[in-house]
Design a protein around this ligand. Structure first.
Ligand code: ATP
Length: 503
């Protein structure tokens, strides 16, 4: 699995998808640049989302709010006080950890260990085996697990001072997460705010402290009334937005899975209070369908319903995806109640309400949101598509089976040889097709090698111009996934490609 992930990262670099930011200066940790192909794939994912959310829904409109927002926004949203991760340093290894991640990992390991021991003992003692008795004699291990679980539960809310001390004790007692095994040399656990600060304005005394937004959602909440009134929106309705968000993540070592600068695609759906549970269920279903429509395998997705809820939510679930390092959150669906709009009412002193003509009542709407990381979706698509295939003739090929609708280049046009007028015909095809799709022209190397290159690049079609083309006005179209080839008229190409790559 580690191997697979390494391949994904090196393929992303080799084929111009993702580069480390500022690589010539040895890079910047957890910051990445999208290269010539990556930028296309990313744009296509964004468009696929936008089309499904905004274009296809009459009652959802778009927005592009600024990254800078008035600092009170983040007071109201709770980010100034509660957007923290608990961190702990090990003094021996000089490494910094997220305390909750350490404990979560360890609780998982303990759980597996206990289960294994129980199964072993049950086998040994047969019918006489008493699970309760066994667990009682292993009370120390079970106790650690329970303690860890209790702390993790509380971490859903914000941790109090006493909790932080508990977390430290537990980590010390277990000697976890440190190469110096059993090391007790830990600092206290500190709450670390994930927002990046910056300043607006030039003069030292009037400059205003600002934050780079850690989520796009607040831009939608503060614009609720403006959009509702100018768009004459009737509840239920949604506002969708894509854009950059910034978090000073402590543990950021998973390529583009967890970045310090990333892009979100969020939609906030405003509903009548009391109807939020129905809408929450509906959006869970709708979003899963969106994912499945890409054909990346039903077994690669699952829901994870949260029992520990953030301070603003009355229900929350993740759509998890099977990444190369296991099932992890890809998208969150949250029922956020009226927490945000009410908080902005309080802090701004302005009413943020809706008059519902159907029931003749004025209220602060409830919100159900869907929130997905564009970069994380990119990683899901890219890692799932990268495959190593054994072929019948004993050779193998690397193929990037991107959903055709998302592929950066839809077709590569290849003259069989660099003479006899074939390049001219191939270039003419490029000229025709480029109005509708991203296409590439490639005349270098033997055609077999060019096919392999396009396979690894994720191009769904290769179109080869050969000597017969001179007389039959037809070309060979090769399908990336099946490697099947078909002879088709040049005039039919556009339609054939369209059928596969149109959203
Ligand atoms: P996690 O638990 O993985 O830190 P989260 O629960 O804090 O994520 P949300 O605040 O719900 O995430 O953000 C919504 C979505 O934004 C996530 O599902 C994820 O796809 C994406 N996202 C969040 N943080 C990052 C990050 N640091 N890098 C890339 N994508 C991110």
């Amino acid at each position: 699995q580690d191997d697979k992930f390494k391949k994904v990262i090196s393929h992303a670099k080799e084929y111009g998808y993702v580069f480390q930011s500022s690589e010539i200066y040895d890079g910047l940790s957890a910051v990445y640049d999208y290269a010539q192909n990556g930028v296309e794939l990313k744009k296509n994912i964004r468009e696929y989302w936008w089309k499904a959310m905004v274009q296809m829904n009459e009652n959802i409109v778009g927005l592009d709010a600024a990254i800078f927002m008035h600092p009170t926004t983040w007071k109201a949203s709770g980010h100034v006080d509660a957007f923290n991760d608990p961190l702990i340093d090990n003094k021996d290894s000089k490494k910094r950890y997220r305390a909750d991640v350490l404990i979560e990992d360890y609780v998982g390991k303990l759980d597996a260990k206990i289960e294994k021991e129980v199964a072993k003992a049950a086998k040994r003692f047969g019918e006489a085996f008493d699970k309760a008795e066994f667990l009682a004699t292993n009370a120390r291990v079970v106790g650690y697990k329970e303690k860890g679980e209790a702390i993790l539960q509380r971490m859903g809310q914000s941790l109090e001072k006493e909790d932080l001390a508990d977390v430290k004790l537990l980590i010390e007692e277990l000697g976890i997460g440190c190469p110096v095994s059993g090391s007790k040399n830990w600092t206290d656990v500190k709450q670390f705010n994930l927002m990046f600060g910056t300043k607006l304005g030039a003069s030292a005394d009037t400059a205003m402290d600002l934050y780079l937004r850690p989520e796009t959602a607040q831009g939608i909440f503060v614009n609720f009334s403006n959009v509702q009134k100018t768009g004459r929106m009737k509840i239920p309705f949604g506002i969708a937005q894509t854009g950059k968000a910034f978090r000073n993540e402590i543990v950021a070592r998973q390529f583009i899975f967890r970045m310090r600068e990333f892009e979100q695609m969020e939609m906030q759906f405003f509903v009548r209070p009391g109807t939020q549970k129905e809408w929450y269920e509906q959006w869970k279903e709708t979003r899963l369908k969106w994912h499945l429509s890409l054909g990346m395998g039903e077994n690669n997705y699952r829901f994870h319903d949260h029992d520990k809820l953030a301070h603003y939510a009355d229900a929350a679930a993740d759509i998890e995806f099977r990444f190369p390092f296991g099932f992890k959150e890809l998208e969150g669906i949250h029922s956020r109640t009226d927490f945000d709009l009410k908080a902005h009412e309080e802090h701004s002193g302005k009413k943020i309400q809706y008059f519902d003509p159907e029931i003749n009542e004025r209220y602060v709407p409830y919100v159900v949101e869907t929130s997905i990381g564009l970069d994380r979706m990119f990683l899901a698509v890219f890692s799932n598509s990268l495959q190593e295939e054994e072929l019948e003739n004993g050779t193998s090929r690397t193929v990037l089976k991107l959903p055709a609708v998302l592929a950066p280049t839809k077709a590569a046009i290849l003259p069989l040889v660099k003479k006899d007028g074939l390049p001219e015909i191939a270039k003419k095809i490029v000229e025709d097709l480029k109005w509708d799709f991203n296409v590439a022209y490639d005349e270098k190397d033997a055609v077999g090698r060019r096919y392999r290159r396009q396979d690894a690049n994720g191009t769904p079609f290769c179109i080869t111009v050969d000597h017969d083309t001179l007389t039959d006005d037809a070309v060979t179209i090769r399908h990336r996934d099946t490697m099947e080839q078909q002879r088709v008229k040049i005039s039919d190409l556009k339609e054939i490609i369209k059928q596969e790559v149109d959203i």
